[in-house]
Design a protein around this ligand. Structure first.
Ligand SMILES: Nc1ncnc2c1ncn2[C@@H]1O[C@H](COP(=O)(O)OP(=O)(O)O)[C@@H](O)[C@H]1O
Ligand SMILES: [Mg+2]
Length: 250
């Protein structure tokens, strides 16, 4: 599904990613871990096509199609979802209305008509039940006064509604309490299927107690320096990131 080869990217001439190779297949959950500043969020942003980053070398392909020169919006419409680390507040726009607009925008971009209202309601009902989101929450103003857990709930709801092919959840700096961790993990576990894939980015091993990844990759100085199965996360927790730094510098 996603194939990244020799990716180099940076900001204003400063290289942040120095040669990333990563392949994510449908049905897989990958965790990307690494110390602060190792380039995790940059990698997520570059996959999503954020324009402040410049790709200087290498390729990112989705289903065999090179994504070079596709905008973040186009990538979203192709099925790449990136969670928002710092979501905006939109007073007066409910969680549901925001979602309706997002879905219809995405349909328009693919040449489809608006989703009929009854179908939309059905989808909202299905997804909110699946994620145990209550009605009251859906009519609240987007992100206004949301707690950390509620922001996560909103994000996961967006992911559920948009049914992305590839979801990238950057959970590094978002002050994850146990509640929020469970919401994210529960959402990922319920939404994963044979057709989609998830990349979970986290500084902490804790999240991976709830989401069991198929693969774990450790990023250090803009490079994947170690990949393994879920046990790698445990090893990291035990030995700390210094262990990786020592291994790399040897
Ligand atoms: N927009 C930016 N402008 C300049 N430097 C940036 C920018 N974004 C990230 N960086 C730098 O790139 C490095 C990696 O950052 P980041 O990808 O946020 O790491 P992580 O998410 O692993 O903590 C850091 O040294 C950071 O200062
Ligand atoms: Mg980050």
């Amino acid at each position: 599904m996603l194939k990244i080869a020799n990716l180099h990217a940076g900001v204003e001439g400063n290289e942040i990613l120095n040669g990333i190779d990563l392949e994510v297949k449908a049905g897989e959950v990958h965790a990307i871990m690494g110390p602060n500043g190792s380039g995790k969020s940059t990698l997520a942003s570059v996959i999503a096509g954020k324009e402040e980053f410049e790709v200087t070398e290498g390729t990112i392909a989705l289903d065999g199609e090179d994504l070079e020169d596709t905008s973040p919006e186009e990538r979203a419409h192709k099925g790449i979802f990136l969670s928002f680390q710092y979501p905006v507040e939109i007073p007066g726009v409910s969680v549901t209305n925001f979602m309706k607009t997002a879905i219809n925008e995405s349909r328009k971009a693919r040449g489809l008509e608006d989703m009929p209202a009854n179908q939309m309601l059905k989808l909202i009902r299905e997804k909110s039940e699946l994620l145990e989101i209550d009605r009251k929450f859906l009519s609240r103003s987007l992100n206004e006064g949301f707690s950390g857990g509620e922001k996560k709930r909103n994000e996961i709801f967006q992911m559920a509604m948009l049914e992305p092919k590839l979801a990238i959840l950057d959970e590094t700096d978002s002050g994850l309490d146990i509640d929020a961790l469970r919401i994210v993990a529960n959402g990922v576990n319920k939404l994963k299927s044979k057709e989609n894939a998830v990349i979970v980015i986290t500084h902490y091993q804790r999240l991976l107690e709830y989401i069991v990844p198929d693969f774990v990759h450790v990023l250090h100085d803009g490079k994947i320096v170690k990949s393994g199965g879920k046990e790698l996360a445990l090893e990291l927790e035990e030995k700390g990131y210094d262990w990786i730094k020592q291994e790399v510098s040897v």
